[in-house]
Design a protein around this ligand. Sequence first.
Ligand code: GYE
Length: 324
Amino acid sequence: MDRPVRLIFAVSCFLCIAAGCRNKNVSEQQDPIVLGYSQLGDESSWRTQNTFSIKSAAKRSGIKILFEDAMQNPANQIKALRSFIAYKVDVIAFSPLVETGWDTVLEEAKAAGIPVILVDRMIETSDDSLYTAALCSDFALEGRRAGEFLVRKFAGRTTPVNIVELAGTAFSTPAIGRSEGFREVLSAHPKFVICFSEDGDFMQSKGREIMQKVLKLYRSDEIDVLYSHNDDMTFGVIEVMKEAGLAPGKDIVIISVDATQRSIDYLREGTINCVIECNPNSGQQVMELATRIVSGENVPKRTYIQETTFDEFGDLDSIANRGY
Ligand code: GYE
């Protein structure tokens, strides 16, 4: 081969290889996205529906999901995140049980170039670059809505209003927000007194236990309001009140959070007075975020899920079936 022919041959080889590489990239993009998802547990009806929403949205979107249930143990979540990093997934999503303790494992994900989406709950960190996007409810708003309901319900009352609070998992974003937002609104009205507050871990069994304890500590006519951070704990409370011969929703005003179908049924029959919605159906939004992030698009750092309040002052017939 003389020199010009050799040069043309070399250039065409380079172009062929380059074209081959690009084709390979195209075909790589067509491979399904692999999403590692660490769910925090299965403590409530909300969580069961959330898991269903995530798994079914992944299936619909053609995303391959590696799903791990941490059974309410952050150490299991860290283990799951490390296994996703080792597997070299395209993107990680997780619902952190509590807010702290994630920096080290998230630095490992960042070093491996794997983007992270926070779902449902937030983390406390000084380095926001450790996650790409967060999709969650505005828990402080939920707490404020609970407080605003009470302000309206007890508008004519001048004597103290005694409140028992059943909080969610300690140090978790929903428990923090629902407590803080609630107190923020009530602090402007000194007649509201939170006389008892305990963490019931969002579980029906703990709701039962705590209410049994409360009824030993207080006479039922000393309690005006029961504010529970989720429906499952509320169901435990309602059982105990009924067993004690009390009429929930009448003898004691009840506010619950989540809005499962069962709590809406209780609201309609007057057993619960106010239900703050928390929407578990975030699956489709998670898959959309994952797809956009993997294809290199910029996404909002924080997205709030839209929610509402259902209470005895509203039109209860128009509430659509909750589906869970
Ligand atoms: O309200 C509760 C669940 O983090 C928003 O966790 C979620 C909460 C939800 O166990 O029922």
